[in-house]
Design a protein around this ligand. Structure first.
Ligand code: FES
Length: 83
C-alpha cells in the first residue's frame, strides 16, 4: 500500500518533514516496510490545517504531533485491510 505525503509549500510549513520522519521511523519499528510504502507528493490541492496525506482516494490532514496516532489508527489498519 502506498501512502502519499504532501511536500508542497503549504504542507511543508505545516510540518511535512516531521510527519515523514515520524512515519518512516514507525514503518521501520513495526517491520512493515514490505507492506507500506511512503512517497512524497506535490500539492494535492487540499491544503488545510495539517499535512495532506493520501491513501487511495482519501486525503487526510495530519499534524506532526498526531502522526504517530495516525500511523496506528489509520495507516496500519488500512494496510491490514488491503492484505
Ligand atoms: S501544499 Fe499540500 S495539499 Fe497543498
Amino acid at each position: 500500500m502506498r501512502v502519499w505525503i504532501c511536500i508542497g509549500s503549504s504542507c511543508h510549513v505545516r510540518g511535512s518533514k516531521e510527519v515523514i520522519e515520524t512515519l518512516t521511523g514507525l514503518v521501520k519499528e513495526n517491520h512493515v516496510k514490505a507492506e507500506i510504502e511512503l512517497a512524497g507528493s506535490f500539492c494535492m490541492g487540499a491544503c488545510s490545517k495539517g499535512v495532506s496525506v493520501r491513501i487511495g482516494e482519501r486525503i487526510y490532514h495530519v499534524r506532526p504531533e498526531d502522526a504517530k496516532d495516525f500511523f496506528y489508527e489509520v495507516i496500519l489498519k488500512e494496510a491490514e485491510r488491503c492484505g
